[in-house]
Design a protein around this ligand. Structure first.
Ligand SMILES: Cc1cc2nc3c(=O)[nH]c(=O)nc-3n(C[C@H](O)[C@H](O)[C@H](O)COP(=O)(O)OP(=O)(O)OC[C@H]3O[C@@H](n4cnc5c(N)ncnc54)[C@H](O)[C@@H]3O)c2cc1C
Length: 372
């Protein structure tokens, strides 16, 4: 007799694995569909080689801690302060102290987080890893932005591509980062250096959003030339930088599925929506999706099926405002800083300076960044 499952999760990224663990905790039987080529990542000690580090907020941390998969220091570095520079003297500073928090966010090593999730899934008897979709009362698609199953369920995907790519890499500075996340907006480019390797460390994770052409040119540069191009933007703010990893790049887009649920299916994470990484919020949104869906399923009336569309709509309604707001904010910021005209430059830097003087507004933004 074939096995029966309550939920089939297609996609084994951070969102898919976290959701599987959340549902297993509710005693649901979960089939987790992994890609055949990601099978090797399930072998102990075989970490994937993603050079990225994610800025995760306190809501994401709570979810991951509750699943016992939060990476310990030095793989999660608290951000005590954020410094943002405009392209004409504008500057904003935010501190964790201003919102009475231990940290504004944590910068989490992606391979370390993935390994924690792989181990947790392996030891959870309610979850079975499978290589192809299986029949279940509910199918949740967590296949990321390039999901194929999305079309199968008839969800229409709208994409607004940005003419940019994000280059990610790891670097070492000759001075400690001091737990400060730094970001520069300059002529449409956005450069972020995020503190890594613990509170007293001197490693940083780079996310540099530049035009597609510039990304291609930057990726071809020798490591020393690449660092020189980088320091032309950030100066000596973090000391001298040395590249310690490969460079990898991602095309960027604001995208969204027109609906996220239907009878017997739901979308979550990047399969449902993507935003520009300038605010470091994509995975925070995806983990909030997972937590929300798990809670809606756990609180269902005893007579409702897991795949009941009315039930799933509660999840869609609960998440849409949050995701729309984040999409609008990141898109608006990107658009504002992409304007090459000098008048726009003056306006945005004037705005930043005005903003810097408003303690109330700054506190509000710091609370949003911290996911409070
Ligand atoms: C440069 C960059 C920096 C970022 N920084 C941040 C940050 O600081 N903070 C933040 O919150 N977010 C950040 N993000 C966003 C974050 O990367 C995504 O939001 C997050 O990875 C989404 O997770 P996911 O599990 O939904 O999708 P994915 O990470 O795309 O995972 C999908 C998984 O599904 C698998 N899959 C696909 N198709 C199938 C199939 N048919 N069958 C089985 N499996 C399948 C894939 O192999 C993959 O493992 C960043 C993004 C970029 C590009």
């Amino acid at each position: 007799m074939s096995k029966s499952f309550d939920v089939c999760i297609r996609g084994d990224g951070v969102v898919g694995r976290s959701l599987a663990l959340l549902l297993a905790r509710e005693r649901l039987r979960v089939a987790l569909v992994t890609r055949p080529d990601s099978a090797s990542a399930d072998q102990p000690g075989q970490a994937r080689t993603d050079v990225r580090a994610y800025a995760l907020n306190s809501a994401s941390r709570q979810v991951l801690e509750s699943l016992r998969v939060w990476p310990e220091a030095p793989f999660a570095t608290p951000v005590r302060e954020m410094r943002v520079w405009g392209d004409d003297g504008g500057r904003l500073d935010f501190s964790a102290d201003s919102v009475a928090q231990e940290a504004l966010a944590w910068i989490v090593d992606v391979p370390a987080l993935e390994q924690q999730l792989i181990q947790a899934v392996r030891y959870q008897p309610q979850i079975e890893t499978v290589q192809a979709p299986v029949k279940a009362a509910l199918t949740v698609i967590c296949e990321g932005r390039q999901s194929r199953s999305r079309d199968e369920f008839g969800a229409h995907w709208t994409v607004k591509p940005y003419p940019q790519k994000a280059i990610a890499a790891r670097l070492e500075a000759d001075a400690p980062h001091g737990g400060v996340a730094r970001q520069w907006f300059s002529g449409g480019d956005i450069l972020a250096l995020l503190p890594l390797s613990g509170a007293a460390g001197n490693s940083v994770a780079l996310v540099w959003s530049v035009s597609v052409e510039r990304a291609a040119a930057l990726e071809k540069l020798a490591p020393e030339e690449f660092c020189a191009a980088l320091q032309a933007v950030c100066g000596e703010e973090v000391g001298s930088l040395r590249l310690t990893s490969e460079r990898a790049s991602w095309p960027l887009a604001l995208s969204r599925a027109d609906h996220w649920v239907g009878p017997g299916w739901a979308l979550a994470g990047d399969a449902a929506h993507t935003v520009h990484p300038l605010s470091g919020q994509g995975l925070n949104l995806g983990l909030a999706d997972a937590a929300c869906l798990a809670s809606v399923l756990a609180q269902r009336e005893y007579w409702r099926e897991l795949g009941d569309e009315k039930l799933l709509r509660r999840y869609e309604r609960a998440r849409q405002a949050d995701v729309s707001a984040m999409g609008a904010v990141t898109d608006g910021l990107h658009g504002l800083f992409a304007q090459p005209d000098g008048r726009w430059q003056a306006l945005r830097n004037w705005g930043m300076k005005g903003f810097a003087r408003s303690a109330l507004l700054k506190r509000w933004v710091a609370r949003q960044a911290a996911g409070l």
